[in-house]
Write a protein that binds this ligand. Sequence first.
Ligand code: NAP
Length: 264
Amino acid sequence: MLQRRIVLAGGLGKTGRRIHDRLRARSVDAVGVSRSTLPAFDWRDRATWPAALAGATAAYVTHQPGLADPGAADDIAVFATIAAEMGIEHVVLLSIHGGRSALRAEERLRRAPLDHTILRASWFAENFAEGALRDGIISGDVPLPATDIREPFVSADDIADAAVEALCDPAHLNRTYAITGPRALRLSDALAEIAAASGLTIRWRRSAGADDTAPADRRRPAFPLKRGARDGRVADDLERILGRKGLDFADYVERARAAGAWSG
Ligand SMILES: NC(=O)c1ccc[n+]([C@@H]2O[C@H](COP(=O)([O-])OP(=O)(O)OC[C@H]3O[C@@H](n4cnc5c(N)ncnc54)[C@H](OP(=O)(O)O)[C@@H]3O)[C@@H](O)[C@H]2O)c1
């Protein structure tokens, strides 16, 4: 029997590096691959894929620039074909809620000759502390795409815990899960919670964005937040996988503040 080895495509990213650490703590052989690893893995260069996947029996996959990209479905289909040829038996795909392109990518994975698990995640709470919004929060000025969308922000730690279960427990083979946080809130409410906890003064205002019909200013929003198919709905899949609720956004903020996320 093959030695178990899990390759993490996007292994240095927000979820990938957390999954890597958790698998290693369980003594599972895990290796992250991306453009900066050796061998390199680049979504824009399919010639790099076989060497990056060699020797693995399962894969965790985060697509770049993301499943909303029109080329993502083809990428996932080709990735799954190469993965199966290389001996990979199970792919866990990090997906998003809604959008034709992501649904197409998921469907192409389901049709591939290997097992799959699809984790459709809400927006990461980490976008505020490790991602696109951090600099704006620290400088005190955050352009938002649309302030009325409510999102059940989910912590990357919870996604990582769910992904590890998906990779290690066959009960999750060929399932699709909605991975959300336990409470939906508006972007502006999220920023208000961060301002209250951190003592920072944070201004936000509407700017051009996917769902935005208000007059736009010329600055791009810090990130696009589309009104997803679930539109703020909280799912209980995470609790069913982990046997506990996900981290509440307020607890995430407190944890991030204590770790110095917005200290400059
Ligand atoms: N952020 C969210 O709220 C959210 C929510 C749901 C789903 N997702 C999905 O999660 C995934 C990661 O999202 P993220 O934006 O938060 O990124 P991230 O975790 O910051 O990950 C970026 C990682 O991707 C690697 N990377 C960038 N371009 C690459 C390429 N062309 N080929 C291979 N690796 C590449 C980078 O490593 P190198 O520089 O070494 O290549 C980096 O480590 C995306 O598929 C996104 O759709 C995100």
